[in-house]
Design a protein around this ligand. Structure first.
Ligand code: MN
Ligand code: MN
Length: 456
């Protein structure tokens, strides 16, 4: 089985490994959609990107980004062609499955104070218990100020955690099916156990003590949880996986691994023929809806703004800009797992180390809800990949009728543009710690770069 590894010389190997280090730092910092936006802006501004609000007119080579509520981002490198001739677009999502605090989360139960939660995205609940969780997010106060929260990442910071039943008393629990072993409503995170000094019959002294800590450290009242977005995510940094350090174990590869590689490819673009774009979107894991999801008008509005600056805006030109565009929906695919071979059909499955994975179809059960990338478009992509010596594979998400999944591909395809799913294979997708191959990360980055430069 030939892989990316075998074709590398020493110099290329070094490049690949150092690219992976950059990604590891990014992923260790960007654990929420908001953090992914901030980290991406940091990287972009370093190489000359400006927020749209500071742009007065545009010309080829200009680097512009649109920030949507700090939760999604569209970055453009203006091309030599007019925008209505079409853009080359990379689109990835920056939200990942996690456990959100409810709006009224704090309660005391028998001397312990807990946070009630509602999970976000598709998770196996049982994977999220008995591991250290960090609390990330924002608290918005009534006076318009905002407090950023990030507790549990530094060695000397406390973490939160959700308990699991001890095996000694789990006879009944172990008889339950996987989906019921840990119920969603039982995902309550332990947050404290020291009581405040209170009058004899005063209720909830432990909660009182915790609220006092929150007030002191974050200036927040209990009511402020109402206007907070607080997410429990696996604590700790990303790690190398494997004694040969060929893989990375980390939280949120889906889909920040494609977000980072897409962004890095875009940042390389100098003065492309066609305008190059990277969309980093939110809410993919829960259906891409809402103002910050891929279905929002945000991206289309951004393109309209640029057409207007170009002195070229009308409704028809906007439609042309979209339908003449070509897109890679950069989202992760499943990697073959020797522990669970039965769910995959190996002729049409992605493997670690064999490069970027394209999916003509996503969807499930007879291709339901799939984006179908046109064969003509795929042929052109194959040509670009081969010309650049980029290793790729074609896969489906599991065996027929085994399950399936979707991405943002169909949403942009609805604008009548050619879109294909193209991403990095992942093992244990949606688990607190997911695995990817460094070879595939590097090959995806090279594929994205070649696509931005050469697709027309
Ligand atoms: Mn995804
Ligand atoms: Mn996902």
């Amino acid at each position: 089985m030939s892989t990316v590894w075998e074709k590398l010389d020493d110099k290329q190997m070094k490049k690949l490994m150092s690219f992976a280090e950059g990604y590891k730092s990014f992923l260790s910092e960007a654990k929420t959609e908001r953090e992914a936006v901030s980290e991406s802006i940091l990287l972009a501004e370093k190489v000359g990107f400006k927020p749209f609000s500071k742009v007065k007119k545009i010309k080829a080579g200009d680097r512009i980004y649109f920030n949507n509520r700090g939760k999604s981002l569209a970055l453009f490198v203006i091309g030599k062609d007019d925008i209505d001739k079409g853009m080359n677009i990379l689109g990835a999502h920056i939200d990942s499955p996690r456990i959100d605090l409810k709006q009224n989360p704090v309660y005391e139960d028998n001397g312990l104070v807990l946070f009630d939660t509602h999970y976000y995205g598709g998770i196996k609940n049982y994977q999220w218990v008995a591991i250290p969780l960090a609390l990330h997010g924002v608290v918005c106060h009534k006076d318009g100020t905002k407090t950023e929260v990030k507790i549990g990442e530094k060695d000397d910071e406390p973490v939160l955690g959700i308990s699991d039943l001890l095996i000694h008393l789990a006879t009944e629990q172990m008889k339950k099916s996987g989906g019921k072993v840990v119920e969603g409503e039982d995902l309550n995170a332990l947050a404290g156990s020291i009581p405040a000094k209170v009058k004899k019959d005063e209720k909830d002294p432990v909660k009182k003590n915790l609220l006092a800590i929150l007030k002191k450290e974050y200036g927040m009242e209990e009511d402020d949880f109402l206007s907070a977005e607080l997410e429990l995510v696996p604590a700790g940094k990303v790690r190398d996986l494997g004694l040969d350090r060929s893989m990375i174990l980390g939280y949120g590869h889906d889909d920040r691994v494609c977000a980072y590689t897409s962004l890095k490819a875009l940042l390389e673009m100098k003065e492309p023929q066609r305008t190059a774009v990277c969309i980093l979107t939110d809410k993919e894991e829960i259906g891409s809806i809402g103002s910050t999801g891929a279905m929002s008008s945000f991206f289309e509005n951004s393109v309209a703004e640029l057409l207007a600056l170009e002195g070229n805006y009308n409704d028809l030109k906007l439609r042309h800009a979209l339908e003449n565009s070509k897109m890679l929906s950069s989202d992760v695919s499943i990697a073959f797992d020797p522990n669970y071979p039965s769910v995959s059909e190996t002729k049409n499955t992605a493997f670690f180390g064999k490069g970027i994975s394209f999916n003509k179809f996503t969807g499930s059960g007879g291709k339901f809800s799939a984006n179908d990338a046109p064969a003509e478009y795929i042929a052109r992509i194959r040509n670009i990949m081969d010309r650049n010596g980029i290793m790729f594979q074609f896969s489906e998400l599991g065996k027929v009728d085994q399950g399936g999944g979707g991405t943002i591909a169909y949403i942009l395809a609805d604008k009548n543009m050619d879109v294909i799913d193209a991403g990095i294979p992942v093992q244990n997708m949606h688990a607190p710690f997911e695995a990817v191959s460094k070879a595939d990360i590097y090959e995806a980055y090279r594929a994205y770069l070649a696509f931005l430069k050469e697709m027309n």
